[in-house]
Design a protein around this ligand. Sequence first.
Ligand code: NAD
Length: 260
Amino acid sequence: MLKGKVAVVTGSTSGIGLGVARALAAKGADIMLNGFGDPAEIEKIKTGIASEFGVRTAYSGADLSKPAETKGLIEAATSELGKVDILVNNAGIQVVSPVQDFPDDKWELVLSINLSAAFYAIKAVVPQMQARNWGRIINIASVHGLVASVNKAAYVSAKHGLVGLTKVVALENAETGVTCNAICPGWVLTPLVQKQIDAWAERESISNEEAGRRLLTEKQPSKQFVTPAQLGELAVFMCSDAASQLRGAAINMDGGWYAQ
Ligand code: NAD
């Protein structure tokens, strides 16, 4: 289904991004990986996806808190894999603090990675997508792009902004073959969430398992984590012909979180 297409997935060395990269590769897309981590581990992911799915893979360690490196990521994908048909803006971080104590530099960092990087990547990639009259831009927002929680001022602001950016880009390209949509996951058990579970366990002097259960019970009615593979399948759908009129949508896959 995606043979001959090239996908850039930001923050794909771990968690949801890796799940999305694997799902797109399983459908035949060549993949530009990005993100931080142990170089040997990243090399294993890169060669593993290539051999498991018979696709071309490349890797860029671009730091997406820096606009020039974000632009460089799109340039690297275009020169190494020939073009970019699918852009998945997934890289993101979380910082938790009440607003009055929220460190200024952390506010800037969360906004730069979770929101501004998507803007710079989209800006860099849209002209070539428009020239071919086909493109898929998928922004991994969050249920926190739709509702708020305490102590997440920067994250919630960035994710609401990302949903807004999704709508603007969708509208600007509405008469073209370029679509832009957002995916809004609830809790997914990745390193980003594990840190919050660990902090909860320490704060309440409970086990990590119990903290994980409480975290789910507080917000996610299914009491089950969403998986990176399930989110990957939603991204695959967004890349399909069936989704060609899905434009500016923010689809929540969240175990019922947003329905409450
Ligand atoms: P993760 O920590 O497992 O992965 C984050 C990825 O982003 C990693 O590959 C990391 O190296 C990369 N990254 C971080 N900073 C970067 C930078 N400056 N430049 C380039 N890459 C960078 O986290 P995850 O849970 O898989 O989160 C992925 C996305 O999904 C994020 O945008 C997050 O906000 C969103 N999300 C996660 C959940 C969840 O429950 N885990 C829920 C909703 C939304």
